[in-house]
Ligand binder design. Sequence first.
Ligand code: 25A
Ligand code: L14
Length: 339
Amino acid sequence: MEQNGLKVAVVGATGAVGNLMIKVLEERNFPVSRLKLLASARSVGKTLPFRGVEVPVEELVEDSFKDVQLALFSAGGSTSKKFAPVAARAGTVVIDNSNAWRMDKEVPLVVPEVNPEAALTHSGIIANPNCSTIQMVVALKPIYDAAGIRRIVVTTFQAVSGTGKRAIEELKNQVRDIMNGREAVREIYPRQIAFNCFPQIGPFLDNGFSEEEMKMVNETRKIFSDSRIRVCATTVRIPVFYGHSESINIETEKPVSPEQVRRLLEDAPGVKVVDDLSKGSYPVALDAAGRDETLVGRIRIDPSVENGLAMWVVADNIRKGAATNAVQIAEFLLKSKRL
Ligand code: 25A
Ligand code: L14
């Protein structure tokens, strides 16, 4: 590890996202002088590899953050609620993947391709948005800037990895059990996930929407700093391991053609246009899995409204939707000499 790098902690290191954070720090050559891996007491005794060295997992406790300059959190909302302020008080910059701090007025909610400068206003904690929101705003930002967006209607098709390791196991086990004539066991999800899909991600709220759907509404407004943008989301769980897909319809302020949108997106950071129907090309979850770009295809006119556009947006929900976005925020802080 580099002498003059940063001392970095990953909280929730043994989880689906935490594990990938370690890998992304390695892949992107983030300057790390020492890596500290934190999880619950359950994981003490495990080690995880970083740059060819096995690093032991330590229990997360109040004084875990001494001398730690940067902490990437992905251990669930209640752990973040409790420990992110503890870390911030110790002088650590926290980039948090949970839902705990996203809508807090003091906490910036950052997607580097969309609102990087918001990160500079932090007072110790920066929030990473929800995976479904991130890929949507990455794809819509260039259109928002060029033509304005009044309204978004989005339906998601979400992979199980967003829920964590135990959900990945649940899909595997159910598929295996059903194919062997056994009954599927259900622990994490409200319905059988193997060979099924259901329109519920998180608990339902009094307004009839799920928590995940309202995250997409509120986070989009905060990231675009636009309280007037209207968003209606339906979030659906499908039996896919990695990669969220989204069907998105937007209403722009000024007219913009699918050709213009394709050109805008071809020049946009973090986006790859995969949209050539003559070759049968459009993006799918299996193509997005393991990559950091947001893939966009099926760009077409929505003839049901004035200035309507429809598109299909796919990304790896635990890379761009979580780990990669968090590391990119840290890279931006470094480049801005704020780390
Ligand atoms: O709903 P939330 O709160 O917003 O949660 C969102 C995320 O938190 C995790 C889960 O991710 C999910 O994506 N999570 C939710 N409920 C959990 C629970 N009861 C939970 N994690 C543990 N227990 P994940 O499972 O992919 O990774 C989560 C990471 O966070 C660490 N972590 C959890 N609680 C912590 C904590 N770290 C510090 N303090 C805490 N209080 C977690 O480490 C992991 O790194 P771990 O040591 O608890 O888990 C190591 C392995 O244990 C398995 N496991 C998970 N839950 C249980 C379990 N084993 C037995 N009993 C369980 N209830 C996991 O498979 C993991 O491999
Ligand atoms: O708010 O279960 O970041 O797929 C994103 C993934 C909530 C859970 C968040 C899932 C999580 C969701």
